[in-house]
Design a protein around this ligand. Sequence first.
Ligand SMILES: Cc1cc2nc3c(=O)[nH]c(=O)nc-3n(C[C@H](O)[C@H](O)[C@H](O)COP(=O)(O)OP(=O)(O)OC[C@H]3O[C@@H](n4cnc5c(N)ncnc54)[C@H](O)[C@@H]3O)c2cc1C
Length: 460
Amino acid sequence: MARIIVVGSGVAGLAAAARMATGANDVTLIERNGSPGGSLIWATPDTLTLPAVLRDLFVKTGGRKASAAGKLEEVVDLRPIDPVRTYRFPDGSSLDLPNAARGASKDAFDAAFGHGAGDAWLRVVDHGNRAWSAVRPTLVEVPDAGRRDLWRLFSSSAARRALAPRRTLRQIGEAAGVRDPRMMRVLDEYAQAAGAAPETAPSVIAIRPYIEQTFGAWRIVGGLPELATALYERCLKRGVSFRFDTEVTSIAAGSVTLADGERLSADVIVAAVDAHVLARLTGTVKGSKAAPADYSPSILSIRLESRNATETTPATETTERAYETVLFGEGDEQPTIRLRVAPERPNEWIAYADVALSMTSQDAEELKSAIAKRLGIAAESLTVREVFTPGDRERLTSTPGGSLHGPAISSLNSAILRSPTVQPIKGLLHVGPSARPGPGIAFAALSAWNAAEVLKPTRV
Ligand SMILES: Cc1cc2nc3c(=O)[nH]c(=O)nc-3n(C[C@H](O)[C@H](O)[C@H](O)COP(=O)(O)OP(=O)(O)OC[C@H]3O[C@@H](n4cnc5c(N)ncnc54)[C@H](O)[C@@H]3O)c2cc1C
C-alpha cells in the first residue's frame, strides 16, 4: 500500500484520488479552500464532452458490486444537448449546430453559409478524426508519453499528414474549403474555448469539434457542482482522507510542507494544481505573482436574471434560449460572449467572455449591455445577480491571472504534450488542464487516469 498525497481538489485531484484509493492505497487529499471542487464550484451550466472518461472513472471506482450507484448516470443527471450551441453573428444571421449528427450538421452549415459549407465542415471534422486517431494511442492515453514519442510519431508520413504540425487550424479550415468569414469564426471559437489564440491555434485543435460532433455534447442537470459532489462522495466511499483549509507551500521528493510548517511524507505526490503553481511549489520559479505571459486568458462570468421577455423585448424574443449561444462581436476588438441557459432555470442566464485579470465587477454592467445589444433586447430586462471576476478565480484556484485553461495552446506540443504526468522529481505526478493531455473536464479526468496507470506497475 502506497502513501499518496494529492494536492488540490479540482476535478483532476478528485478523480486521481478516487482512482488511486481504489487501488488499495492510503490517499490524503489536501485542499487550500474549505470545500472540494476548485473551479467546479462556481455553478455554471457546463458542456461535457467524452463522457466515456467519467463513465469509466465511476465504474472503476464503484466497488465490487456492479450497481451500488457505481455508474456516472446513477450519480448525476447527464443529458445530451441539442443543438450543441447557437452561433449568432453581428449581421443577424445564425447557425444552430446539431449534436453528433453528421448529416444534420452538413445541412446546417449549408443553410447558414451556402452550398459547399457543409462539406467543408465535414472535412475539418475528418481532419480532427485523423489527428485524434494518431495522438490518442501514442500520446494521449500513454501515461508517460513524451517528446521522444512525438518524434517517433513524426517518422510516419501518415501521422505527419494527420497532425499537420506546421499548420494552423485556420489553414486547415481554408484547405477544407471554409470560405465564409463567419464560418471561420466558428472554427476560431473552438480554438478560443480551448485557450488558444485564433491566429496561432494549431491544426490539432480540430480534434475538439471531432470529439464533440462524434461522441456528443452533454450537460449535467444542476451544473458542475453536482459533479464535484459526486466525485467527493466517491472519494469518501473509497476511503480518501481530506484536509480542507490547508495550503501546501512546498513540494519535494517524498514530502509536502504545509503553511503551518507541518511536513507530511508520502511515497507518491500528485499535484492537481496549475503548472505555474507547481513550479512555485517545487522551487523552480520564485514569487507568486510572476504569471507567465503566455497563459490562456481568464473569463469574466456573470449570472443574470432575465425578466419575462414578452414584457420588455420584441415579440420575436422569448425566454426560451438555446443551452449555449455564442454571441460574436463586430470585430476582433469586441470579445466573443458565451451565454448558457439551463432549461430548468430559463430566466437565469450565465454569460462569460475571455478577459484579462484587470477586469472588475464594474465591467459586468458593460458585459450585460453588450449581451442585450447583440440579442436585440432591452438591457433593462436583464439584472446582474452575481459576478465572478478573473481575480476571484485566481483566488479560488491559485491559477495565474485566473487563467481558465493554464498555459496557452500555440503548437502541437503545447496542445498535447503539456506538463508531463511523470515529473522530474521522484514520486511526483502532475494532473489537470495544464498537464497532459490538456484543458477541459474530460481531459483533466483523463490526466488522472494517466497518473493512476503510472502507479499500477509501481513505476515511480
Ligand atoms: C465558469 C467556468 C465554466 C467552465 N465550463 C466548462 C465546460 O463547460 N466544460 C469543460 O470541460 N470545462 C469547463 N470549465 C473548465 C473546468 O471547470 C476546469 O478545466 C476544471 O474544473 C479544472 O480542474 P482542475 O482539476 O485543474 O482544478 P482547479 O479547478 O483549478 O482546482 C485546483 C484546486 O487546487 C487547489 N490548490 C491550488 N494550490 C493549492 C495549494 N498550494 N495547496 C492546496 N490546494 C491548492 C485550489 O484551491 C483548487 O481547489 C469551466 C470553468 C469555469 C470557471
